[in-house]
Design a protein. Sequence first.
Lengths: 627, 385
Amino acid sequence: MTPLIEGQPRNARLLPRFLLFGLAVLLVLSTLTARLFYLQIASGGYYQGRATANMTVLQPIPSSRGLILDRAGRSLVVNVPSFAVKIRPADLPYSQRDQVVARLSRLLALTTTQINETIDSNPGSNFDLVRIASDVPEDVARLISEEHLALPGVQVVTEARRDYLYGPLVSQILGYTGPINADQLRRLQRQGYLPDDVLGQAGLEAQYEAQLRGTYGAEEVERDASGRQIQVLATPTQPQAGDTLQLSIDVKTQEQAQRALQWGIQAAGLKKGVVIVMNPQTGEILAMVSLPTYDDNLFARGISNADYQKLIGDPNQPLLNHAIGEIYPPGSTYKLVTGSAVLADGKLTPTETLNTYPYLMLGNYRFNDWNGAGFGPLNIVGAYAQSSDTFFYQAAALVGIDRLAYWAHQFGFGAPTGIDLPGEAAGIVPSNQWKLQTFGQAIFPGETYLAGIGQGYDAVTPIELLDAYCALANGGKLWAPQLVHQILGPTGEVVQTFQPKLRWQLKISPAILATMREAAREAVVIRHTGNVVDMPLYVAGKTGTAEFGTRKIGGHLPFHSWFVGFVSPSGDFAKTDSQLAILAFAYDTSRSIGNVATEVVKYFLQLHYGIKQDYRNLFLIRPGAGN
Amino acid sequence: MGAIRLQQDRLKWASQTAVAAWSAFDVQLVIYAGLLAGMGLVMAYTNSYEAGVSPLSAGSTFTRGLVWAALAIVAFLVAAAFDYRWLKTFAWPLYCINIGLLAVSLAIGSGVGGSARWVTIFGMQFQFSELAKVLMAVVLANWISSREAQVGGLFTILGALALVVPPIILVALQPDLGTSLVFGAMLVGTLFISGASLRWLVVLGAGTVAAIPFAWTYLLRDYQKQRLISFLDPTADPQGSGFHVIQSMIAVGSGGFLGKGLTNGTQNQLDFLPVQSTDFVFSVLAEELGLVGAVVVFLLFAALIWRVLLAAWRSEDTFGLAFAGAIASMLLFQVLVNVGMTIGIMPVTGIPLPFITHGGASLISIALGLGVLQSINLRQVRPKW
C-alpha cells in the first residue's frame, strides 16, 4: 500500500496553494462567525427588541358607545352589531388595486370611482385602515372574508352601529354618528381617535361625543408580517363604555308635537315648521320638532351619495334644525320687548295710554296699523292684546333704537341661547352701532318703527323667542335651554344630575313682567288669538306674522306665522308658575290661511292635555294681515 | 484442490478488495455531508411548521426534503460506484448536455417575477443550473487534466474561460446572477488548486473588476442593481428591497447565543422572513438555533471542505485534483455569499446554502459531486496481489 499521506509528486509544488485555500476557508468562516457574534451576542438585545416590536402591536379596543334614553327611560338609540369593510392601502399591491377595487365595487354596489376616492382621501397613513363601507349585509361580508386571498389588504370588521329606534321623530335632536374626517382626525388624534373611527357628527351625538364615546381600551396583539392578528397577548387597559344620556324630551310629547305640526303642514301647505315645548321653570326642552326632517339611520348605515345629494339639494333644508339653526323676523311676538322696554325705561306707566291711528306718516312714508283703522287710545295691555302697530311704533320711538336693542339683549335676543346642540344661530337685534358696522350708516326713524313691531332688521331663532317668553312666564329667569336631563354611567348610576343653567335674571321689575303676562293673557281673552280662550286651559300668548322671502307672482311675499305662549296651571297670571311654554312657527302660509301656528298650538294642547273637543279652525282668512 | 485453491484466492482477493476499498472510502466526508443534510432536514421540518401544515403530511417541505435526501443518497452511491475516469470520455457530451439543459431552462423555465430558473418534471420543479455546477466541475477538470503537461500556461486559463463563459451567459440571462458568480468562483478555484499561472489569474481578476462598470451599465437589470444598492445601504429603502435584509438581520440577531428553539423563531414563523426555506434558510437557522447552531454548521462545512481538499491532495491524476478543487471552491463560495447575504455583508442573490437550502436540484447535484469525489478516492489505490 502506498502511504496516502505522502501524496503525489506535484504536491510539493501545490502545497502553498492548498495552504492558501485552507486559509481562505478559515478567513471566510471566521469572518462570518465574527459577524454573527456581533449580531447575535453584541447586538442581540437590540435585535430581540426589534423582533418583538415586529410581532406585537398595541391595538385599540373600541368602547361601547353610550345610549340615549327619553325622559321616561325609553331607548332612543341602541348599538347593533354590523359589518364594515376596510382597506389597509399598504397591504394592497398597486398592481392588484384595480382588480380588487372592481371586485369590491360589484360586491358592495359602489362605483369604482367612489372606492378609489375613499382610499385616496384616507385621512391617516397608508398603514391605517380606511373605511370603504359600513353596515354591509352579512352575506356580502362573508363573501369578502372568504375571498381574502384574492382581496389583499381588505378586511371585514365587526363593529357596533347606531340604530335610531324612532328615526325621523328625533333625528334633529339626536343627530347621528359618521366616519371621522381629516380635519377632525387632526384635532382629535391626540385624544386617541383612529383614522377609521366613527364619531358623533350632528345633534346630541356630536354635542355629547366626549360622554358618549367612553374610553377605548388597548390590547397587545401578536401579528404576522401581513398584519393579520395571531393572538391577543395581553390587555393592559379594558375599554370603558360611554355614558348614557337621559333626555328631557318625552317621546310621547315629541310625537304629539310632530303630529300637530304635520297636520298643520298638510292642511295649510307649509314648507317648513317648528314646534318647541319647554318647561319655563327649568329651561328643559320637552319637545322640539323641525320639519321637514330626515332619518338619521341613513347616516348610521353609511348614507349613499344619491340619498345625501337629495337631502342637501332640498330647498327646505331637512338636515337643518330650523328650531335653532335659522333666523326669521319675529313679527308681533317681538312687541314683548318693545312693551317691556317702554315700561322699564319709564316712558309710559302701565295705565298711561297712547292714541292709535289707521297709520302714521314719517316724511313721505306711511306706516299702517294692521287693521287699517286704529283702535283709539290704548294702554300697554290693550295695545299688546290688540297688537296695535301704531302704538308700538310710538313706543319704539319713545324708547329709541339703542335702548330697544338693550332690552332685546336683556331678553336674550341677538345671541345663541346656549342650548346643548351644535349649529345654533344667533338672531339680529338692530341698533345704531349694529347698523354702522353692517351698513355703515345710522338707523333711520322708520327703521326704529319697524324694529318696534318685530319687522325690518329684527330676526330671531325660534328657540331665542321661546326662551324670552319663558323668562316672561317664570318672572325673569333666562335659561340656557337643555335637552339632556341627566347623564347615567354604564351601570345606570347617575353621574350628572340636572342643573338648570341660568343665563341671567332680567333687569326688569317683577311688576312690569306681571303686566306683560297680563297683556299676553288679554290677547287670548279678547280673542285676538281666536278661540284659544275657549279651551279648558289658561293660555297666554302672542301671535305674529311677517312677510319674509321672495315676492310671489300673486304680489304678496310668502309670509310666516308664529304663536308663542305659555299655560298657567291656576289661571292667575300674576303668578310665575307656568310649567309649559310653547312656540309654533309655520313658514310660507301660501294658502292665506289665518294663523296656522295658532292652529298647530291648539292641536298640540288638545293632544297633550287629552282634550276631547276639537278647537281647530281653518277658516280664519285674513289676507295681508300684519298682526 | 486447485478449484478450492482458486476459490480461496478469489475469496482472499475479494476480501482484500473490500478492505482496500473500505480503507480508501472517505467515511468522514460522508459523515460531514450527512450531518449537513440532516441539518437541512431539520430546517425543512421547522419551515413546514411555518407553512401551517403538519411536517409529516404529504407534500410538506419536510416530507419532500426526505424524498430528496433519499434520491441524493442513491445519486451519491451511483456516482461513487462509477469509475470517474470514464468521465473524461464523457466530458464533451456532458458539456453539450449542460448547455442544452440551460438553454431549455431559458426557453421553457418558470420562476419568480418573469425569471426562467425552474423546469417542471413530473410535477417536481428542477433547477438545472444546480446540476450545471457539477457538470461544469467535470468539464473544467477534464480540460485542466488534458493540459496536464503545460498546466501553468496561459492557454489553460483561456481554454477554461472559453468553456465557462457560455453557461455563465445562459444562466445570467435567466436571470440568475448568483449562479453565474458560482461558475466564476469554481473557475478561479480549480485553476488555482490545479497549479495554473498565478500571474494570469491576477490579470483575469483585474480584467473582471475593470468590466464591472460596463456590466453595471449594460448587463445588470434594475432589480439586480436595486439589490446591490440595498446591500450597500439596507436602510435606504427599508420597506422595499432593503426590507428582506433588515428582517433577516433582525431574525439572526434576535436568535442570540442559543437561539429561540426549533419552530419558535418569531421572525420565521410570522412570515417576516422572505423565502425562508430556500434563500434565507440560514436566517431561520441562526434565529432558532442561535450562534451555537450556526458555528456547528460552519465547522461541518470546514470539515467537509477539508475532506474535499484531502481528496484533491491524494488524487494521482490532475482530473481528480481539479474536480475536487472546483467542488471545494463551489462550497466555500456558496457558504460565503448565502450566509453573508443573510447577515448583511453580501448582496442578495439567489444562491442556495449547500445541503441546508430546501431543494432537490441543489442536494442531488452536491451528492453527485461528492459521489464523484468518493469515486476518485476509491480509485487511487490498487490492492497489491
